[in-house]
Design a protein around this ligand. Structure first.
Ligand code: NAD
Length: 492
């Protein structure tokens, strides 16, 4: 693999504003390797004036150019971007592992290669999309009128992203937003500025995207995100992050009545029915929760097992979890790498201490691995003995931590799964497919996996019920989030 700093040899990364790469007016800030705690280098730090320029550029590109009306130009640029990203795949892969602590194996899937490929799906969708629909002739109030429904881009999009899936979340926003004809200001998380800045550099130097269509503003300052949300020149905010920040985004966006699209946190349940292969289901749950050290919003972090087989399930889960070691993310065999930061590790460790206070027992893991004195690692951890009303069972931890809870049959399992402020995802395991499907149908979440099937795909809408979000990302539904609907009536 090539070096992780192929993009900036000894320099700081730059912002992309109005088609130009430039330094941030607030100087620079460091970006770290979470597996080694070493400073990788410096990222451009945008201030309010940089953001102002970026929003102005996006506004002009939308209002004063043909971008929003020229579907062929847009889909051509998206396909070109896909090609450029693939050509620099190894550099991006190394950078993603180094900066986000992502296990390299995952970059061949949802952490890089799949979302890059998905850009083509959005380009194809836009090329074949029915941008207008003839509603036919009617005579409302006696006036014969031909009505046409047109779908049009929403305008300037504020795309605000977290650090855990830096490319997947970025491309799940840029793909549909750009294909639909919008212009974008992307504000990535302060923890992964280089992943976004690398994209900015490739766009500026290797693609034909017109100036201002994509602007990338890295910053150490969260208030830059808040400012972007408040800017009256922005038409829609597409936000992925925590539920607490999502609430703040919605409140700020309300001042100018912007459309908001929110992908937020989760505390999903994996339900094991009494006819399931218990050991296999528990092993799968253990594996899932350790993937990328549990830093995935849709991972199932509550394992619901039949009460009569609780001890057996604990044993099977411990057996599976103890085989998963925290490891160096550059090793192809690793699935559980480090957490993103010392702050995030403190947060996870705070929940482990709370578990004991709430009467839980850590039956596996719970510490920092002795093998890794450096890096923000936490061992895969199973917590037993809690009930679903404890904070550890209700709040999002965002680490390799699974809570195992007993249920008393299908109805009780559905009740516990739904007894959560969140509603993002989940899983059901059972031998009888009709029964498993019927349990899945009763769980109030945006996606569900039955017996290990995978819902993640470009054409599959993803999003949350309840406090897990508003709207859908990916799929036709995800594309249409970025469209307005206009009706034109003409004399007939
Ligand atoms: P976060 O909410 O702290 O930050 C997300 C982004 O919002 C960052 O870019 C941040 O700078 C910005 N931000 C912070 N304050 C802001 C404000 N007031 N206004 C506008 N923007 C602001 O989230 P995080 O810690 O980076 O990511 C982890 C969280 O993201 C977890 O809760 C996880 O569940 C969630 N997440 C959700 C999904 C999903 O699709 N549902 C996907 C990935 C992550």
């Amino acid at each position: 693999m090539s070096s992780h700093n192929a993009f900036w040899r000894g320099e700081s990364s730059r912002l992309l504003v109005d088609g130009t790469l430039r330094h941030g007016r607030a100087g620079e800030f460091p970006t770290l390797n979470p597996a080694t705690e070493e400073v990788l280098g410096l990222a451009a730090n945008a201030d309010a004036a940089d953001l102002d320029d970026a929003v102005g550029a996006a506004r002009r590109a939308f209002d004063d150019t043909d971008w929003s009306r020229d579907t062929a130009l847009r889909t051509g640029c998206l396909r070109q971007l896909n090609e450029v990203l693939r050509a620099h795949g190894d550099d991006l892969r190394a950078l993603t592992v180094a900066e986000a602590g992502v296990p390299v194996a995952l970059t061949y899937g949802p952490q890089l290669d799949i979302p890059v490929a998905d850009l083509m799906w959005f380009a194809d969708l836009a090329d074949g999309y029915a941008w207008s629909q003839d509603l036919g002739v009617a005579a409302p109030m006696g006036v014969r009128s031909r009505r046409t429904v047109r779908r049009e881009p929403a305008g300037v999009i504020a795309a605000i992203t977290p650090w855990n899936f830096p490319h997947q979340i970025t491309f799940a926003k840029l793909g549909p937003a750009l294909a639909a004809g919008n212009t974008v200001v992307l504000k990535p998380a302060p923890d992964t500025p280089w992943c976004a800045a690398a994209l900015g550099r490739l766009i500026a130097e290797k693609t034909d995207f017109p100036p201002g269509v994509i602007n990338i503003v890295t910053s150490a300052d969260h208030s830059i995100g808040a400012r972007l949300t408040d800017d009256p020149r922005v038409d829609l905010v597409s936000f992925t992050g925590s539920t607490a920040t999502g609430r703040s985004v919605m409140t700020t966006a309300a001042r100018t009545l912007k459309k908001v699209f929110l992908e937020l946190g989760g505390k999903s349940a994996c339900v094991v029915l009494d006819d399931a292969d218990l050991a296999a289901a528990c092993a799968m749950a253990a594996f899932m929760v350790c993937t990328h050290a549990g830093q995935g919003c849709a991972l199932a972090t509550r394992l619901l097992v039949p009460r009569t087989r609780y001890d057996e399930a604990v044993e099977a889960t411990v057996a599976a979890m103890s085989r998963i070691r925290c490891g160096d993310p550059t090793d192809r065999r690793t699935i559980c790498g480090p957490l993103i930061s010392a702050r995030q590790r403190d947060r996870v460790e705070g929940y482990l201490a709370l578990a004991a206070d709430e009467g839980g027992k850590i039956v596996c893991g719970g510490g920092r691995p002795a093998k890794h004195p450096k890096g923000f690692y936490v061992e895969p951890t199973l917590i037993a003995g809690l009930t679903n009303d404890t904070r550890v069972a209700r709040e999002e931890i965002f680490g390799p931590v699974l809570v195992i809870l007993p249920h008393d049959g299908d109805d009780d399992a559905v009740r516990i799964a739904n007894d959560s402020p969140y509603g993002l995802s989940g899983a059901v395991h059972g031998t009888d497919p009709d029964r498993a499907r019927s349990v899945a149908a009763r769980i109030r979440t945006g996606t569900l996996s039955v017996n290990g099937a995978v819902w993640y795909s470009a054409d599959a809408p993803f999003g949350g019920y309840k406090q897990s979000g508003i709207g859908r990302e990916m799929g036709v539904a995800g594309f249409e989030e970025y469209l307005e609907t206009k009706l034109i009536a003409e004399p007939a």
